[in-house]
Design a protein around this ligand. Sequence first.
Ligand code: DON
Length: 562
Amino acid sequence: MNSILRNIIRPQHIGAFLCLWFFAGHLQAGEYAVASASPLATQAGIDVLESGGNAFDAAIAVTSVLAVVEPYSSGIGGGGFYLLHQQAANRQVMLDARERAPLAAHRDMYLDASGKADKDLSLNGATAAGIPGIPAALEHLQRNYGRLSLQKTMADAIGYAQNGFEIDDYYRSVAKWRLEVMQRYPSTSAVLLVNGEVPAERAVIRQTDLAKTLQSIVSNGKAGFYEGDVAQKLVTSVRANGGIWSLEDLQQYELIEREPARFRYGDADIIAASLPSSGGIVLNSIFNMLDQLDHDQAEPVEAIHQLVEAMRRAFRDRAEFMGDIDHVEVPVARLSSAAHAQQLLKNYSSAKATASADLRGVAATEGGNDTTHFSIVDADGNLVAATLSVNYPFGSGLIADGTGVLLNDEMDDFSASPGVPNVWGLLGTEANAIAPGKRMLSSMTPAFVHTPERSLVTGTPGGSWIITMNLLGILEFLNGGNAEAIVSRRRFHHQYDPDVIRYEANTFPASTVEALMEKGHQFKVYPWRTGNMHSIIIDKKTGKLDAASDPRGEGQAIIAGD
Ligand code: DON
């Protein structure tokens, strides 16, 4: 049968679709769970759930504690995406709290006189910072979804900012990495370093200005950040450091509710972040290709070959077509279609790797582990998967004077110039060129997966690898894996350019690498930590939860209740 038709009318899909509709509306957990990158944040989320809050209140608590104790990953100076499932209404929505380019931004703002991209401008200091989205998300969650006051849900974060928290080794290692940039700014150095150097083991970091700014959000909601004294200080500090923010930029920032990406693979219903995250569309495209390649029947070497070939093709599309849907036309329906997957696979060979250079070139007009993810399930079956970021470790490295707000460097996620990859090695085109008020393309992919038997709430940081790590995690889930297996799974990644399979040591037996090299694949061991995944599984029959935090990180998963 023609594979498009086969895709549409596989009989098991029809039954499964009906099942999914039934089951998606009947997740009744009883138990509740939080999995995040920090034990303090996880506990804050659990405490909120125990004191009458729902998953959305817990998301506020976890977000705000992470903003204090994991300043290298996320914060109120950053942005992100929240995927919400409201159980009573069986409604899924994505909160787009992605940063926007300032209104004075322009497409060539990171190019020097000779037209060369200046990475220092897009990665470090005030010039690198987009207009933050997290403060808007905190208010939006409380006002539209939560049951408790911000005073209650943000109390722990304010406490940790005011009284301090003890750093871990990971803090020290990323502070070492970003030391030179943090040392440039006395406002940062005085708070996040000690005597201008990487703090000693178990040093306590206090952020009293940040405590005041968090309190201002508690008292005045979003206006406590985007207007008034805090806004004035943010703009003054950004401009004093060479940046281009205005008060209007802050006043205009709006969180946007969007439809998540949604697609099916076998009997699974997969819901993931939509544009301006590329994650959902890229995952959809990869799964469409896997379906056409009968991936579930493939032998181990062939299965890896298929995954790499699908990743390569979907990432090429990402580079060519994807950007902020409110500013550019993106052919989402086409890119997500089975017909497009079939087209992409026309030059697929099971015997031989397709060289990325042999795929249609990306039109060149355009241009560690930081970022954080958490997953929450409450006793009523509401779900939150959120991936939040300041981009590079410690973002731009600049704390805006008198605010405690560490600014992101998310502007680097735009395409700065033809053929110049961002810090994650990702190419882009006109679709992701800088424009005033535009949101930069992201890879952050919080996701839900529902099968007739189980549901998964998952996600991870990891730059461009986010999408492929989620892919591998979801495949592990669909193979019956538990939460520990999902977050621990060894990882590999291909993103079209560079044309190489990067992988964690011990991912493949030597014989597998050899067999794939014979097909023409190239390999490179990735020496850093790949991601920090936090996943929760619901068994739909029993309501029992299973949760795990990535063994590569310092996080914690807690299940309680019932
Ligand atoms: O939005 C994005 O795709 C990036 N700013 C995410 C960065 C990230 O995951 C950093 N962690 N390794």
